[in-house]
Design a protein around this ligand. Structure first.
Ligand SMILES: [Mn+2]
Length: 395
């Protein structure tokens, strides 16, 4: 069985309130169409965060459906399986699922219970003669038993011993979180508001665990679980090659063979200079080192003081000398007493702030103002409240 694994598309992202990424997403999806055409996978799976917001605009929704239809036309026999991530609204993702099934495209938004039991049929997709897909969307912590329940059901159905693919949108502990802010609570990693689970919590009889949520591509400890990473760079921290993953599994029980297919970005993300430098040095460096291909620029400044109000205009006028360089923002880092840059806790700029988990913001506010750490009772309380608001929003 051959599977094309991707996740974290974040369609509809607007960078710094200003730069609509649709052209860049189109550039990615054009490449995805070519990959489907040339590789002919048995299924295309998208492990969550289809949209950037849980209320995507009409143009984003149309953009996704137009592009999915293009893929359907290229490979009508190939099922497309898309799950909701924590950025998506699960009910919105499922709202048109009945229609989409007619073109072999499956949207799975949330787990559902009938009485005490989960509805399992919506998570289990058989690709006849090829294999099985266990399509688990982003689920709240208390539903984590769903993974093993679905795998058990597939075990019983899989009399031909075909490969089993598990999909998930979650944090796996000890993964590499470079493109994200992570925090630890009660010994568990938390990324983007999702508490980590351990691979050992999940029965080991899947052949490949197609993960989404962490944007840094990586294969995890057991060699069978992989974050394919985001296909389009979403912020200045994601300084790595963006890609999709092609997975081949011969038989159930064999190790998966993965191939990373790198994607070409339409625009690049430049952090200039690489290390924070005093304002005048940073601007002079920028002027002498203007990138020659189009992209977003973040200027990396070291300053103990608030920057003068004309800083933004000065940066813009330097960028105007380049070809299609888009001003994004500057990042101001405070120097420590010994003159070295403090990079552990830089000031957030507005776009970074919007990406933050509410827990982190509250925790930081608390420690900054009261100069003491939040105790566990308060942390617990805060987590519960955030979780409850999230669940309400998801409905
Ligand atoms: Mn994501």
């Amino acid at each position: 069985m051959k599977i094309l694994h991707t996740s974290d598309w974040h369609i509809g992202q607007v960078l710094n309130f200003h730069y609509d990424r649709q052209e860049e997403h189109q550039f990615f999806l054009d490449q995805l169409c070519e990959i489907v055409q040339s590789e002919r996978p048995d299924a295309l799976i998208v492990s969550g965060d289809l949209y950037d917001k849980n209320t995507p605009g009409n143009s984003s929704m149309r953009f996704l459906s137009d592009n999915l239809l293009r893929i359907c036309d290229i490979a009508p026999e190939m099922p497309i399986i898309l799950t909701a991530g924590n950025h998506d609204s699960s009910s919105r993702i499922e709202s048109m699922s009945g229609v989409w099934k007619r073109v072999n495209t499956h949207f799975i938004g949330a787990a559902e219970r009938i009485g005490e039991e989960y509805r399992l049929d919506k998570h289990i997709l058989e690709i006849p003669g090829k294999g099985w897909i266990a399509a688990i969307p982003y689920i709240p912590d208390y539903q984590n038993d769903l993974y093993n329940i679905v795998l058990k059901e597939i075990r019983e159905k899989n009399t031909e011993n075909l490969p089993v693919i598990l999909m998930g949108h979650t944090t796996i502990g000890n993964a590499v979180f470079t493109a994200h802010e992570s925090t630890t609570f009660n010994g568990r990693d938390i990324v983007g508001g999702i508490n980590s689970m351990s691979l050992s919590d999940i029965d080991d009889d899947y052949d490949y665990f197609a993960l989404g949520h962490i944007h840094t591509p990586q294969t995890l400890g057991n060699g069978k679980a992989r974050y394919c990473g985001s296909p389009v760079q979403l912020n200045f921290k994601e300084q790595f090659a963006h890609s999709v993953t092609m997975v081949t599994i011969e038989n159930h029980g064999d190790m998966p063979k993965t191939k990373t297919i790198e994607l070409e970005p339409l625009r690049k993300f430049y952090v200039i200079p690489e290390r924070p430098a005093p304002l005048e040095d940073a601007l002079a460096y920028l002027e002498n080192n203007l990138p020659d291909s189009q992209g977003y620029v973040q200027v990396n400044i070291l300053s103990a003081e608030r920057l003068p109000s004309d800083t933004e205009n000065r940066i813009r006028s330097i960028l105007d000398k380049g070809e299609n360089l888009l001003y994004c923002d500057y990042k101001c880092t405070r120097p420590a007493a010994d003159g070295k840059a403090v990079i552990e806790k830089p000031d957030f700029n507005l776009s970074e702030f919007r990406e933050k988990d509410p827990f982190e913001i509250a925790e930081r506010y608390f420690t900054d103002t009261l100069q003491t750490d939040m105790d566990d009772t308060l942390k617990e309380l805060l987590h519960t409240v955030i979780q409850e608001v999230r669940e309400e929003q998801a409905q």
